[in-house]
Design a protein around this ligand. Structure first.
Ligand SMILES: Cc1cc2nc3c(=O)[nH]c(=O)nc-3n(C[C@H](O)[C@H](O)[C@H](O)COP(=O)(O)O)c2cc1C
Length: 262
């Protein structure tokens, strides 16, 4: 069973690639589970348990934290647990934070991997786009083959390749910023918004509603800050702190069609 959270499709791509390689049929969207308050799951004997999600401010997306606070697992005791944390560059100590959360559920993580994928944090850094995004994705696809092989053979792995320097310090320092950044009051909508409703469609937290003119309204004071709304807006009319970002947008084209078809 693989649980994933994804804003712009990278982690979804990783989760589904791993599921295909492992022959795993259950790929569960954490955001849907939280929105629907579905927290009880049963593992079968020998089934691996995976968590795949992006790093936000060197730690876990709030929706993942909320999910882990309520998760109730039954079935196989002591499963093989693995995690893949996607990032633009650096995961800090996100794997350590996850290890702590899983420990309080009585779960021990056996393998954790950081995986560089196209960057989507456009209020702070330019998005990876075009040939650059293709190159990063191809490298990630190759790496996913190795990750799947490690999981298949139940290896113990603590991958530090994306942890960066002083990971514990970065994670600790960024925690408070993340809580401030994820206030939805940071978002605004430009007058040229066409009211197409894409932002509401892609919001995994399901907190964007379309007003009668179609333009978005955030219905909760905070969100996970996945930035799918900004990255998916066809004419870059969603602003964060008054700006459309540092340049470009990233939204996995395959995730786009998956969302449209589900
Ligand atoms: C709010 C926010 C914070 C982020 N923080 C980090 C970070 O600390 N380190 C990093 O390397 N990438 C960071 N990123 C980039 C994402 O982790 C990366 O692009 C990820 O693969 C996106 O996954 P998704 O497409 O499944 O949403 C951040 C992105 C967002 C939206």
């Amino acid at each position: 069973m693989i649980f994933y959270f994804s804003g712009t499709g990278n982690s979804y791509r990783a989760a589904t690639a791993l599921a295909a390689a492992l022959g795993e049929e259950r790929v569960i969207a954490i955001a849907d589970a939280v929105a629907d308050r579905t927290f009880g799951y049963r593992l079968t004997a020998g089934e691996p348990l995976g968590f795949v999600f992006p790093v936000y401010c060197y730690s876990l997306p709030q929706t993942v934290t909320d999910f882990l606070a309520h998760l109730q697992l039954t079935g196989a005791a002591d499963p093989y647990v693995f995690a893949v944390i996607t990032c633009g560059e650096c995961t800090g100590n996100a794997a350590g934070v996850l290890t702590g959360r899983l420990k309080s559920l009585g779960l021990k993580i056996s393998a954790s991997f950081g995986l560089v994928m196209p960057n989507n944090s456009i209020p702070w850094y330019p998005a990876d786009t075009g040939a650059q995004a293709d190159r990063i994705r191809r490298a990630a696809d190759v790496r996913l083959v190795d990750i799947a092989a490690a999981v298949k053979t139940r290896q113990t792995v603590e991958d530090r390749s994306t942890a960066g320097k002083m990971p514990g310090l970065h994670t600790a320092l960024a925690a408070r910023s993340y809580q401030k950044y994820r206030h939805t009051s940071h978002f605004s909508v430009a007058p040229f918004c066409t009211g197409c409703g894409r932002c509401a469609e892609v919001c995994p937290d399901r907190i964007i509603k379309s007003k009668t003119n179609g333009s978005p309204e955030w219905t909760a004071p905070q969100c996970s800050l996945c930035l799918a709304c900004m990255n998916r807006c066809p004419n870059q009319s969603i602003f964060y702190d008054g700006s459309a970002g540092r340049g470009g947008q990233w939204f996995d084209p395959e995730y786009r069609s998956f969302l449209r078809n589900r």
